[in-house]
Design a protein around this ligand. Sequence first.
Ligand SMILES: NC(=O)c1ccc[n+]([C@@H]2O[C@H](COP(=O)([O-])OP(=O)(O)OC[C@H]3O[C@@H](n4cnc5c(N)ncnc54)[C@H](OP(=O)(O)O)[C@@H]3O)[C@@H](O)[C@H]2O)c1
Length: 254
Amino acid sequence: MDVSGKVALVTGGAVRVGRAVALGLAAAGAHLALHYHRSADAAQETVSEARRLGVDAVAFQANLANPEEAWALARAAEAHFGRVDIIVHSASPFVRASLSGTTPELWRQVLGVLVDGFLVLARELTPGMVARREGGIVVILDRGTLDPWPDFLAHSVGKSALWALARNLAVELAPHVRVNGVVPGPVLPPPDYPEEEKVRIAQSTLLGRWGHPQDVVEAVLFLLRSDYITGEVLFVDGGERWAHRRPVGLRQTL
Ligand SMILES: NC(=O)c1ccc[n+]([C@@H]2O[C@H](COP(=O)([O-])OP(=O)(O)OC[C@H]3O[C@@H](n4cnc5c(N)ncnc54)[C@H](OP(=O)(O)O)[C@@H]3O)[C@@H](O)[C@H]2O)c1
């Protein structure tokens, strides 16, 4: 896929990693349907920056846990641009709660954004991709996708379900729409993250350091451009998932 001139919908695209992906797509020449939930000012800033890169960009607000708002987002994006060729689903509430703290409301909110909202976007936007015989979807996952992460129960289950959904869509929508996932490792700490935690997490990767949102951008662009890859997941995690296999003397943090 040549990303240039395509229309990309990026969910959660106003801030942080989602913003980097949105601007990476804009820098590659894609027009931008930029979704946000609460970060209205940041969304406008990101849209302005994308326009300075020479593409059309519009911000759309939606709570993706509400299927009607997800549906309206898809309709509004298609109405403005006439088409959507790419979806990057990055929006993701990050809520620490194990079983006892996971209320039905929290569960619905987190899985609503990760799974239900994405399902609605895919249902609404992939028929156009199929008709045009070209489309690319990338879902942004994380370490909870394949491994249990009971401190973030809903998040972990939601990411696993999102990846299951994406794999199913890769099969159903082939050959013209490709669906892949990226599993970032630690690429951007929350703003007030304690220094000692940052060090501990850096050491929990094989490469001994944090990555950068741009590492995720490169992976997303690679998957969109790689016409012979679908139903695949790409880890961009500094080897975090293999760190427990290090020889005992090297396992500083385990
Ligand atoms: N940061 C990392 O190191 C890291 C590591 C692994 C994976 N990831 C993945 O990368 C992606 C972005 O991570 P991040 O750290 O940049 O995220 P973040 O700072 O936690 O931002 C959360 C994003 O989700 C959106 N969102 C939250 N609730 C929503 C709702 N109800 N409806 C629609 N959107 C909603 C937010 O939109 P608004 O701000 O507009 O409200 C925001 O864009 C996520 O999928 C995350 O799992 C990040």
